[in-house]
Ligand binder design. Sequence first.
Ligand code: NAD
Length: 484
Amino acid sequence: MVSRVIPVDPFDLVVFGGTGDLARRKILPALFRRFCAGQMGANARVIGAARADMDDAGYRSFVSDAIAEFDPDAARHKDHLDSFLANVSYVVLDAKGDAGWDKLAATVQKGRVHAYYFSVGPGLFGDLAQRLHTYGMADANSRIVVEKPFGHDLASARDLNRVLAQHFDEHQVYRIDHYLGKETVQNLMAVRFGNMLFEPLWNSQYVDHIQITVAESVGVGGRGDYYDRAGAMRDMMQNHLMQLLCLIAMEPPAKFDPDAVRDEKLKVIRALDPVAPDNVVRGQYEADGDAPDYRTQVETPDSRTESFVALKAHISNWRWAGTPFYLRTGKRLKDRASEIAVVFKEAPHSIFGAEAGRHRNILTIKLQPNEGIELGVTIKEPGPGGMRLLDVPLDMTFAEALGEDGPDFPDAYERLIMDVIRGNQTLFMRGDEVEAAWQWADPVIQVWEEGGETPIPYASGSAGPDDALMLMHRDGRRWREIKA
Ligand code: NAD
């Protein structure tokens, strides 16, 4: 099934850092795909702006190469390429100086939506915001898009918010968390709030616990220097896993509108208890066969940065008191697999006797590598031989029902960029949410940093340190297998 496409208004999108890795791998291919889908009109323009000395023709060839490499459907879309490139241009520009800004101001067309994608390090956000203002490009039609990391801690996140707020209102600032752009994450909200079936059970009376896993099989690769200054808690837990936890735990918003949703998410973060040190496990991967040791991939040979973190979180409110949330994320794990599992309690009494075993319903929201929602239900094992129970997954993605080849949905970056143009902030983090998440994460990190704590080594290709398994075992529970 081809998703229904509603074209957006004409726009100019300036990609600051338009020659960088993120632009090449994600932003430019995403724009091209929306162009091919007919969502981005023929008059929408993409303007790359970066330091590299390049002319329009050079940039078009850069964009064309990026599409060939990172749009999986590039061959199918090749007839659209020339018309897309016709509206791509480039300005050589220095975020920290005045070079290029007059030209950019003359290029951007008045009277249409202007989106400025800050695909540069956060150290340049203030410079860009200020120059957009100075050169007359920060008006009511403009939006800025900022990438992670949004701050390194609470103080730096506050500084960033303050710097951006000097020239842009909150409703013009789009803080990207690409996990929120995933089809399934939105489907989670549809399942929760569009059905009567789940919400009455969605609380500590019926939910035993919730597990959120974001496992990567790759190591830090070429991002070692950045990663070593961040670690798994800052790079993944404070933002991506926290956002997923919010969507699972929040109260039903009155409307599906940006502030209503974000108000509810903020309440969840504020209701989180501080994490006790014995409820957190941090690890660092070791060499295994051809896979190198973490410490050989970063600049600091005795680095104490964690490449894995697992923790148990509690939300102190009426809905969730007593239901633990177990969160884990790490690199060089067994598989690339991300999922949320809502594990319901067992039925209070089994009428089928001890041999039938104990069964639980589990709602699994799979995010990576393939997206989907499954509800594990218990049925009778078909055939003769008495009453034997069997757990089977009920596929709630209904891909077959939606079309023979499965749905053709935009990926997270495609959806989020179009939301920026439409002016819909529902799937973007608000400044106060980001600050509240740092307020929760900072004390955990401080304990490690002040105590000089060394992460526990774990074998590459494993499920992380054994202590992380113990985090659940000691509560009589088990992590789900990390499996793509
Ligand atoms: P990169 O180093 O590959 O690219 C940086 C870009 O910024 C280049 O185009 C460079 O020319 C430009 N630039 C640097 N200094 C400049 C200046 N003074 N004036 C004008 N342009 C300047 O970085 P990246 O990997 O593309 O990351 C960009 C941002 O996105 C960073 O904040 C990063 O943390 C974030 N991010 C990246 C990824 C990723 O997968 N690459 C993922 C998530 C978030």
